[in-house]
Each structure stands twice: as C-alpha cells, then as structure tokens.
Design a protein around this ligand. Structure first.
Ligand SMILES: [Zn+2]
Length: 71
C-alpha cells in the first residue's frame, strides 16, 4: 500500500478514538464527587467499560496506521 497521509479512514478512526477518550475521561470525572458505595461501584464499572472501549478503539487506530502506512 502507498502511504496515504490524508487517509479518510484514519481520520474517521481518530474521531472515534477521541470520542472514546472523552467518554472515558467523563466517566472518570463523574466518580470524583461520589462517596464509596453502590453508586460509586456502578460509576466505577462504567468507567472501566469506557476504558476497555477506549483501548479497543485505540488499538484499531494504531493497527490501521501500521497496516495502511498512513500514520
Ligand atoms: Zn489509512
């Protein structure tokens, strides 16, 4: 594959990557005012899922750049 510096697919993946990062940060920020307890546990689980989703999308983004040579 030829390098494609202006790769449309990469840009789309980057937007998802950034949105997932934003969601992860928001989920983590939401924990800050919570007392330790059920509400916190629920919020913590949401934050963990947001982190896993973020990592999955980040890996997709990196893999795309490696395979496509557009990084
Ligand atoms: Zn690409």
């Amino acid at each position: 594959m030829q390098p494609a510096p202006d790769c449309v697919q990469r840009r789309a993946l980057y937007e998802r990557y950034h949105a997932a990062l934003r969601a992860y940060i928001d989920a983590t920020d939401a924990l800050d005012p919570l007392e330790i307890g059920n509400e916190f546990d629920h919020g913590y689980n949401l934050a963990m899922w947001a982190r896993l989703e973020f990592e999955r999308i980040r890996d997709n983004y990196k893999r795309h750049m490696q395979q496509h040579g557009c990084g």
